[in-house]
Write a protein of this length. Structure first.
Length: 53
């Protein structure tokens, strides 16, 4: 999950155009992912799952 942070950050910056806001979005995404980790199906694409949050 942590390996995806640079990709999530780049995507968030492209969405909002603000680095600080992008970092907030990434943090919120990581928290939501952690809270809902039980809904992730092992063996599926973690990157795709993270980008849908």
């Amino acid at each position: 999950m942590l390996k995806l942070i640079p990709n999530l950050r780049a995507f968030a910056v492209s969405l909002c155009g603000d680095i600080e806001r992008a970092d907030d979005l990434v943090q919120e995404t990581l928290l939501k992912a952690w809270d809902h980790l039980d809904s992730f199906q092992e063996g599926t694409n973690l990157r795709a799952w993270m980008f849908t949050i």
